[in-house]
Structure formats: structure tokens, C-alpha cells
Design a protein around this ligand. Structure first.
Ligand SMILES: Nc1nc2c(c(=O)[nH]1)N[C@H]1C(S)=C(S)[C@@H](COP(=O)(O)OP(=O)(O)OC[C@H]3O[C@@H](n4cnc5c(=O)[nH]c(N)nc54)[C@H](O)[C@@H]3O)O[C@H]1N2
Ligand SMILES: Nc1nc2c(c(=O)[nH]1)N[C@H]1C(S)=C(S)[C@@H](COP(=O)(O)OP(=O)(O)OC[C@H]3O[C@@H](n4cnc5c(=O)[nH]c(N)nc54)[C@H](O)[C@@H]3O)O[C@H]1N2
Ligand code: SF4
Ligand SMILES: [Mo]
Length: 745
């Protein structure tokens, strides 16, 4: 196979002449709608797809039937009736004229170059069904992998299971929360899921470790945190960057990057040695306390101070603050936690700290969430065939506690250097921009180049679409029926998504595409419905509501069946761990040959002239998915790199200047980025927002703006426990002149 088979194609202005729709103007910050509020409008229930907090809301159309606003639903515990600015601006994803408009098929021109041509749905679906059936017959259904994120992925998951492949993974796990889920499962027998069951509204103290709520705009959490701050509660923030929440914190600990485990061990040391732990709770529920006490002795605040560069007095004070609030205290488990490759152990230390403070299952700590269970349409009751192998067999013996598909292991099984038996031959990518979300982009590109067939289902011409053989344009969440949202929260809810407008151009809902493909591939029994309304009706019937009623109410709020949000005095609790207790000492890790207690390991440091590449969220955007959104890109056009004044001075770099970044492996950013000189970042680090620096020219607003952090993340530290990808051990230096000027001249 030619290595150049999969040229990056700039999806050009293909597609039906764009329908010029006027975007209504919003004041996103105040949430106020400029058009008069008295026009005759209709409202349709939906839940937001701009991020995966999935707030439920109402989409309003004006008297011409055009979508003009979306607001939160009062019965929704994820949003409490208020959307964040990104959610409000989500309307822009419908109005974006850069959207994918028709199915596209890759072809080779006479001169050997490649391009896309528009195709009809029948042609595109027939081609996919034929190619996928061929690959399935030749190598087995297991050789086809699905990468996904978001609700559309669920329809393709059904298709994949029906086909006989469980090779399904999402960057929202192995590049996000997998270590946290593992660590809490190992310690308390419970994963946290989303939304995390944090009782912030009743907490007196919250500790944020590299979790920057306020820029990370997870709606309900941000609202509850504001309440905590307003009532005078304590926030402690551990972050090398003076984040927005650091500015609201009683204690800000500007830790040296990669040394958090040392701080956590010192906190455990103080809380145990000063007898500030919850004795009764620990005695009753915990396993391994005496061993922990002995293990922790060397890890004093002074020891941690040398490693973390933090003041030992501050370390002690912070521990005492937490203990004073216990059990109404939350040491936040974080979410994007794949940092240094020892992340599961760091999150174990977080879980242990919460256990010592007695916050698990307590008011103001972690509550036990509740979710609704719905019925099943007969098409979803048909048993799936059992796959002969799965992603777990790609690297047998590695990553024993991987709990969901690991994207990077699927990449390994797809790569030309893979010599094992269980090879991946084709990809479906649904709602995930893999070249931007999986680190070591080069390896992802090599894997894609090695595939016999790639299908991408997306709404926009993103980086990933340019590597597809067939691109399928999905209708946005505002134009489609979709799965019911059954969020876990304080009380169970069911939220409906229904179209508020016809899909623009030729775009179609994901469920429809999955069904069309299933029907074409002889999987009709798994798709024995005419419309998705039928599926929804069957699911809702178990709850005694009809689809028509759901359209009226949008969110069905249910009672918790039991009073079990917190543990009660005298409860006999069996935790789902091997000992039935909260495992301070992890018997499962010990049995697998891993450290039963978290251990601090020193990580690589930046060479002279290089700085830690720190990256993270900006409040107005979600990853790469909103960077071209007309409403949101208006709010923040420039994405800057933060540099400490001492460093800027050393380099003679000025505020507002454009520079290029180069990483430790010599990778140079495609585009320059504007400098923001600020004391809010440590001198040993720079900070870059994630999700920018797009190289697809069809993104008329986002192309070439800022630098892609992913491009510079070539060093990846795999967590041996689950294979997730530590991405924060990359270092960058600055180029003040255009490094490509000469070659281009
Ligand atoms: N370098 C770096 N990498 C990271 C992170 C980081 O901070 N830095 N963060 C990590 C984290 S925490 C996560 S959760 C992952 C997220 O990684 P991804 O899941 O890949 O998320 P996005 O970048 O939002 O990509 C979303 C894609 O879905 C498309 N899309 C949007 N709406 C729809 C829709 O309704 N239907 C369909 N079919 N497609 C749609 C968008 O156009 C875009 O191509 O990335 C991880 N990777
Ligand atoms: N606006 C907005 N909100 C979002 C999202 C979005 O795309 N946009 N995405 C959502 C998703 S899927 C996720 S996973 C979350 C992610 O949100 P967070 O879990 O908050 O993660 P990041 O955005 O990566 O921010 C990481 C923070 O860690 C700090 N940091 C870097 N290195 C270190 C270190 O060594 N030690 C410590 N203690 N701190 C360090 C950085 O300075 C930064 O402030 O956000 C969610 N909310
Ligand atoms: S937090 Fe904001 S972007 Fe995320 S689902 Fe809620 S409203 Fe949408
Ligand atoms: Mo994430």
C-alpha cells in the first residue's frame, strides 16, 4: 500500500449553494436576547451537545420557524435552568455555513492527486456497506474499530455490537478520566462517571488540584462552586497557573508541575499524624489504615516542600483547613487527569485523602447519585454476537485495569509496526477529532494511513474529516432526535432531544445513518423501526409517559426511589472492593504487582531554554469543536500563550508579539501564537489553550488561529495500570522568527 494513500484533503466548498441564514445576535454573557421577546415562538426540548455535561434546555424558534435561542430547563439538575455561554452560543453550530453539507467520497484524479466529490446518500451508504462487509468477511468484524464521543456515537455503538465488534473507544476516556475512574473504583468500589457526584452545594471546603472550574465550565459544578464561595466556604487550589479559581481561593499552591503526588502524600501524613482523620469512619469502613500510617511517615511537609517548591507551612495549613471542614469537604477528583503516566496512583492519593476526611457518601462530600432506567425497543433486545477478540487482546498482558476501550491501544493495533495477531483494518470515527484529541499525532496519522477504509461522521470539516474515505454529514443536535439523556445526579431525570428545525443541506441524524448501514449489511433485526420516535416511545413507556408528553415537558423529573444519597449512621456498608471496605491499601493493585499505596516518582524536567507545555480549557470554547462557531469565535478571536515576565525578559519577547513554539523533539507549531506576558504562570511553564491552531482551511474562522497543543505533545507516558496517556511531559522553546520563511521563499 502506498504510504501517501491517505492525503490530507482540504474539503473544498462542495455542497449545495449555501442557504444564507441570518444568525440572530445574542449577548452571550448576559444571556439576553436582542430580538424582541414577544414574537410568536415555539419551543422544543433538547439537551446541549456543546460539551458532555449535556444540560437540558429549550430551543426556541421564531415565527418564521428559525432557531433563535436556547435556554436552560428549570427541572434539569445539570444546569438548574441556566446554560453556560458555550451552551447559549451552541445555536451557532446550526448556523455555521462551513458545515459539512453532503456525503463526500475520496477519489484519485488523473494526475494522481486526491480529492473529495459530493455523493448522494445512497451512493455513500452503499459504498460503506460494501467495503465494511468485504473487510468483515476477510478479517472479521473485530478488525473494524469505532472511535466516538457524544450521543451520535451511541447509535454507531449499536451498529458495531450488532456487527460483532467491541473495538470501541473514546478520547473522552483514555485521554481524559480513565485514571480517575480506576482509582475511585479501586478505593471505594465505585466509578464517578459524569456529572461527578460532588455535593458542592453543601460543602464547606473544596480542594482543586489542576482542575480549573470557572475555565472548565461544567455548568452545575461552577454554579455550586460560586455558591460555596459566596457563603464564605474555603477553596484551596493547587495549580502552577493562577487560574480564575486560584484568584478566588483562600490558599493557592503554585506547585511545580508533575509533583502533585508528593503534596498529596504530605497532606495524608499531616492528617494522620495530627489525628485529624475521621477515626470512627476509618475504623468502620477502611482497610489498611495501619499500613498506610507506617508507609506515610517519611513523607513530611518538609520533604514535599523540597519537591514541590511549596512552603511547608502552607502545606500544613491547607491540610488543617480540609480537616476542619470534614466531612463536608471535597478533594476534587478532577476530570482531564491524564498528565504524567502515574495518574491512577495520583488519583488514588486523592481518593485516600477523601476517605481519611470521611467525605465519601457524606453530606458536603460525595453523594450517591441516582439515574432513571427506561424500557427497550425490541430492536435493542436482540442479542449481539460475541466478538472473538477485543481491544484487550491487542496488547495482551499490558494495562490490566483498562476499564473501557483505550483509543491509543486501537491506534497501536492499527499501526504498521504492530506485529500481533489482532489487527485493526478499518475505522469509523463519530464526533471525535482524533488528530487533535489523541497525543502523538504522527502515530495517529501513520495508523490512519495504514487503514483500508475510514468513515468519518461529523458536522464540520475538521482535521479528522480530511483523512476519511467517506465523510457523512451529521445534522446538529438542534436538528435531530437522539438517545434519551439519563443523567446520574441527585435525583433521576430523563431529557428528550428533538429537532427544532429541518436539517440544513443534506445532513442527517446519526441514528438514521446507523440504521441505513445496518439494513444494508443484513442487520435489519437490530434496526427494526421506521423512525427514532418508535424507539423513544418504547423506552418511555416503562416510565408511563408518551413521546408527546415528553415533547411538552422536556425533562421528566423522578423521585429517588430510596433515601440513599448519603450514608446513614449505623449503616452496614459493603463496598464493591475485594475486602468489602474502602481500600486505603489496594489489594487489587498489590495482587497485580503494582504499588498498593501511591508512590512519588520524579519526572523529567525541561532542558535549559525549554518550559513545561501546560494546556487547558478556555471558558468560551469546548476543545476543538467550537473554534469555528460564529457566535463563540466572535467572543474570543485570539488564543494566546502565557509566558512569565522573567522568561519574556530573558528572551526579549514582548506582550502581543507573535512567536512559534518548538517542542523537545523538534516539532514546530504550524502557526504562530500571540504572547501574553503574565505573572499568572510559573517561570518554568507556558500555558496554551487546547483546541486551536486548526489546519483545515475550510474552517473559515478557526483556520490558522493559535497553536495546537496536540501537535507539540509527542512525548506520551502510558499509565501501566490502564494505558491512558500522560501528556504533560512535553517541553517547548520559542522561535521568534518564522521558521518556514526560507523554505517557502
Ligand atoms: N492535546 C490535548 N488533547 C486532549 C485534551 C487536551 O486538553 N489537550 N483533552 C482531552 C479530553 S479531556 C477529551 S474529553 C478529549 C475530547 O476529544 P474529542 O472527543 O475528539 O472532542 P472534540 O475535539 O470536541 O471533537 C469533536 C468532534 O466532533 C464533531 N462534532 C461536534 N458535534 C457533533 C455532532 O453532533 N455529531 C457529530 N457526528 N460530530 C460532532 C466536531 O466537529 C469535532 O470534529 O480530548 C482529549 N485530548
Ligand atoms: N470551557 C470548557 N469547559 C470544559 C471543557 C471545555 O472544552 N471547555 N471540557 C470539559 C472536559 S471533557 C473536561 S475533561 C474538563 C477538563 O477540565 P480540567 O480537568 O479542569 O482540566 P484542564 O482544562 O486540562 O486544566 C488543567 C489545569 O491543570 C493545571 N496544571 C497543569 N499541570 C499541572 C500540574 O502538574 N499540577 C497541577 N496541580 N495542576 C496542573 C493547568 O494550569 C490548568 O489550570 O473540562 C470540561 N469543561
Ligand atoms: S455546560 Fe454549557 S456547553 Fe456544557 S452542556 Fe451545559 S450548557 Fe452546554
Ligand atoms: Mo474530557
Amino acid at each position: 500500500m502506498k504510504t501517501t494513500r491517505r492525503q490530507f484533503i482540504k474539503i473544498s466548498g462542495l455542497g449545495a449553494g449555501s442557504l444564507a441564514l441570518a444568525t440572530p445576535t445574542f449577548n452571550l454573557l448576559s444571556g439576553k436576547q436582542k430580538p424582541q421577546d414577544d414574537i410568536k415562538s415555539k419551543r422544543y426540548p433538547n439537551y446541549c451537545e456543546i460539551c458532555f455535561w449535556n444540560c437540558a434546555g429549550w430551543v426556541y424558534t421564531n415565527e418564521e420557524g428559525k432557531i433563535w435561542k436556547i435556554i436552560g430547563h428549570d427541572d434539569d439538575p445539570n444546569s438548574n435552568g441556566r446554560f453556560c455561554p458555550r451552551g447559549t452560543g451552541g445555536v451557532g453550530s446550526y448556523y455555521d455555513d462551513d458545515r459539512l453539507k453532503t456525503p463526500l467520497i475520496r477519489y484519485t484524479k488523473e494526475d494522481g492527486s486526491q480529492d473529495y466529490r459530493e455523493a448522494t446518500w445512497d451512493e455513500a451508504l452503499d459504498l460503506i456497506a460494501t467495503k465494511v462487509s468485504e473487510i468483515k468477511n476477510k478479517y472479521g468484524a473485530e478488525s473494524i474499530a469505532l472511535f466516538n464521543h457524544g450521543s451520535a456515537g451511541k447509535h454507531f455503538t449499536h451498529l458495531f455490537r450488532a456487527m460483532g465488534s467491541s473495538n470501541i473507544a473514546a478520547p473522552a476516556n483514555a485521554q481524559c478520566k480513565t485514571p480517575r475512574e480506576n482509582a475511585f473504583k479501586l478505593t471505594f468500589g465505585h466509578e464517578l462517571h459524569s456529572p461527578e457526584p460532588l455535593d458542592i452545594q453543601n460543602a464547606d471546603c473544596m480542594v482543586l488540584i489542576g482542575s480549573h472550574l470557572g475555565e472548565n465550565m461544567h455548568n452545575g459544578q461552577v454554579q455550586e462552586m460560586s455558591m460555596l464561595i459566596e457563603r464564605g466556604g474555603t477553596i484551596i487550589t493547587v495549580d502552577p497557573r493562577y487560574s480564575v479559581v486560584a484568584s478566588k481561593s483562600k490558599i493557592w499552591l503554585p506547585i511545580k508541575p508533575s509533583t502533585d503526588i508528593a503534596l498529596l502524600l504530605a497532606w495524608i501524613n499531616v492528617i494522620i499524624n495530627e489525628n485529624r482523620y475521621d477515626k470512627e469512619y476509618i475504623e468502620k469502613h477502611a482497610h489498611g489504615f495501619n499500613e498506610l500510617k507506617e508507609y506515610i511517615q517519611p513523607f513530611t511537609p518538609e520533604w514535599a516542600s523540597l519537591i514541590t517548591t511549596l512552603d511547608p507551612t502552607q502545606i500544613v495549613l491547607a491540610a488543617r483547613e480540609m480537616a476542619a471542614a470534614a466531612p463536608a469537604v471535597i478533594v476534587h477528583p478532577g476530570r482531564h487527569v491524564t498528565w504524567y503516566g502515574d495518574d491512577t496512583q495520583r488519583l488514588r492519593a486523592v481518593a485516600i485523602l477523601n476517605a481519611l476526611l470521611g467525605s465519601w457518601g457524606r453530606k458536603g462530600g460525595f453523594f450517591f447519585s441516582s439515574s432513571a432506567s427506561v424500557g427497550k425497543h425490541p430492536a435493542y433486545k436482540v442479542p449481539y454476537p460475541k466478538p472473538k477478540w477485543s481491544w484487550m487482546d491487542i496488547r495482551p498482558g499490558d494495562f490490566p485495569l483498562a476499564n473501557t476501550g483505550i483509543t491509543n491501544v486501537l491506534v497501536d493495533g492499527s499501526h504498521p509496526d504492530y506485529t500481533g495477531e489482532n489487527k485493526i483494518k478499518a475505522w469509523f470515527v463519530v464526533g471525535s477529532n482524533l488528530p487533535v484529541s489523541i497525543p502523538n499525532k504522527q502515530r495517529t496519522l501513520e495508523a490512519m494511513d495504514n487503514m483500508e477504509f475510514i468513515v468519518v461522521v461529523d458536522t464540520m470539516p475538521m482535521e479528522i474529516t480530511s483523512y476519511a474515505d467517506v465523510v457523512l454529514p451529521e445534522a446538529t443536535y438542534l436538528e435531530r432526535y437522539d438517545i434519551l439523556r439519563l443523567a446520574e445526579n441527585r435525583y433521576p431525570t430523563v431529557a428528550l432531544r428533538m429537532p427544532a428545525a429541518e436539517p440544513r443541506w443534506e445532513s442527517k441524524p446519526g441514528w438514521w445513518m446507523a440504521k441505513q448501514l445496518g439494513d444494508r449489511m443484513g442487520l435489519n433485526q437490530y434496526f427494526a423501526f421506521e423512525s427514532y420516535e418508535e424507539v423513544l416511545e418504547a423506552e418511555l413507556s416503562k416510565l408511563g409517559v408518551t413521546l408527546e408528553q415528553m415533547k411538552e415537558i422536556g425533562v421528566l423529573k423522578l423521585e429517588r426511589p430510596y433515601d440513599d444519597a448519603y450514608m446513614h449512621e449505623g449503616d452496614e456498608i459493603e463496598f464493591e472492593t475485594p475486602t468489602g471496605k474502602i481500600e486505603l491499601l489496594s489489594t487489587e493493585l498489590a495482587a497485580l504487582g503494582f504499588d498498593p499505596f501511591p508512590k512519588y516518582t520524579a519526572h523529567a524536567e525541561p532542558p535549559a531554554g525549554y518550559y513545561y507545555l501546560n494546556y487547558g480549557r478556555v471558558p468560551m470554547h469546548t476543545f476543538s469543536r467550537t473554534s469555528n462557531n460564529p457566535n463563540l469565535s466572535d467572543l474570543k478571536k485570539e488564543h494566546d500563550v502565557w509566558i512569565n515576565p522573567i522568561v519574556a525578559n530573558d528572551w526579549g519577547i514582548k506582550n502581543g508579539q507573535y512567536i512559534w513554539l518548538q517542542n523537545q523533539a523538534g516539532v514546530i507549531s504550524d502557526f504562530p501564537v500571540k504572547v501574553r506576558v503574565t505573572e499568572r504562570i510559573r517561570w518554568d511553564s507556558v500555558f496554551l489553550p487546547h483546541g486551536f491552531g486548526h489546519n483545515n482551511p475550510k474552517l473559515s474562522r478557526a483556520h490558522g488561529k493559535g497553536v495546537s497543543d496536540t501537535q507539540l505533545i509527542s512525548n506520551v507516558m502510558h499509565d501501566p495500570i490502564n494505558g491512558s496517556t500522560g501528556m504533560r511531559l512535553n517541553f517547548v522553546t520559542f522561535l521568534t522568527e518564522d521558521p518556514r520563511k526560507e523554505t517557502e521563499a
